[in-house]
Write a protein that binds this ligand. Structure first.
Ligand SMILES: Cc1cc2nc3c(=O)[nH]c(=O)nc-3n(C[C@H](O)[C@H](O)[C@H](O)COP(=O)(O)O)c2cc1C
Length: 338
């Protein structure tokens, strides 16, 4: 299976995957019977990188391989522009290796206007670059406002011919931080960031950590299905099903160890209440991938409707907890466990 077919497979399988239960269900916010706020006046705007967003919400990186991605990205970018949010594109590795634009052309920048747009590259693929400055090829066409490096060891290991030599990746990330003309964001792809890795990344100079935890899209399952019948040795379908940290677990750990660092929450965000809970757990913004994928395949209007619903639900959560500004959401609004 070539890279383009595999990335097409990601889209098809991720669409079938969205779970209904998650660790977010264990987090409950305090209800205020006397909220003393006017719903109409609730301010959801936040600072994001050097921009002001209308709400603390971004579309998380989705694949850049197949031509289908061109349409998906256009729908997402137009919706993000309409709503004043932010977006990361999917991995641009194929674009660098094959010299193709692969759905990542400057038309995405045209579609998104001046909203923040983030480039994306696999951290393990940094090892194969001739020079770190080749990343200019992923930043420039997008006029990218940040570069996201994704960590996906457990995706690569389940893949047929995945990249399984991760020695030297931290040094490469360090080199990107020294070189990059824009902030460097590091994210997982659905297994969460752990304390030790987070510390090393922050020490290397990474500006933002996006936990991208367990609870939504599961790349171990997706890659296992795509690798079926290939030369990769057979492994149990269920042995690793609970591997990784949920978004809630990862946020709790990282916020407690690095309270002053910028954390973003993604992985299994289903609704605006999950966004509110993420902010209470220490994130400054939340990202969605799998939950907007179906709408992104459909149309710009469908994405606008999906994202607007998340934003409206977030506003209800602010009302219910009695805060007039979304930035006032913090751990005080979390109900103590019985
Ligand atoms: C179809 C698809 C393709 C993805 N491709 C990428 C990618 O190229 N780069 C990346 O960093 N993350 C990629 N991701 C991971 C998402 O950005 C996100 O971290 C993960 O899906 C968890 O969020 P979710 O539960 O909202 O889907 C992809 C996700 C999906 C569903």
């Amino acid at each position: 299976m070539n890279d383009v077919d595999r990335k097409n497979g990601h889209i098809d399988l991720a669409l079938q995957q969205q779970d209904s239960s998650s660790d977010f269900d264990q987090v409950r916010l305090r209800h205020r019977a006397l909220p003393e706020v006017n719903f109409q006046d609730i301010d959801l705007s936040v600072q994001f990188l050097s921009y002001k967003l209308s709400a603390p919400l971004f579309v998380s990186s989705m694949t850049g391989g197949p031509l289908r991605a061109e349409r998906i990205n256009r729908h997402l970018a137009e919706a993000v522009c309409e709503l004043g949010l932010a977006m990361g594109v999917g991995s641009q590795r194929i674009a660098i290796e094959q010299g193709k634009k692969s759905g990542m052309t400057s038309t995405i920048r045209d579609a998104i206007g001046r909203c923040p747009l983030m480039a994306n590259f696999g951290a393990v693929n940094l090892l194969t670059l001739k020079s770190i400055s080749d990343l200019g090829y992923v930043l420039d066409p997008l006029e990218a406002d940040a570069i996201i490096l994704h960590l996906n060891p457990m995706q690569e290991i389940f893949q047929c011919r995945g990249d399984t030599n991760w020695k030297g990746v931290l040094d490469a990330i360090d080199a990107v931080c020294s070189w990059a003309p824009v902030p460097v964001v590091v994210k997982e792809v659905g297994f969460g960031l752990d304390r030790e890795s987070a510390k090393r990344l922050l020490d290397a100079g990474v500006s933002v950590l996006d936990v991208a935890g367990q609870g939504g899209t599961r790349f171990d399952e997706i890659e296992q299905e795509l690798a079926a019948g290939t030369e990769r040795p057979e492994i149990s379908n269920t042995a690793f099903k609970n591997w990784g940290y949920s978004t809630v677990e990862s946020l709790r750990a990282l916020h407690s160890d690095f309270p002053d660092s910028t954390l973003w929450a993604s992985g299994g965000i289903r609704d605006g209440l999950d966004i509110a809970k993420s902010l209470c757990l220490g994130a400054s913004a939340a990202g969605v991938a799998g939950t907007v994928l179906g709408s992104a395949l459909e149309s710009t209007d469908a994405v606008i409707a999906r994202l607007s619903r998340l934003i409206y639900e977030l506003k209800i959560a602010c009302f219910g907890t009695g805060v007039s500004q979304v930035t006032q959401l913090n751990e005080c609004q979390i109900m103590e466990e019985k």
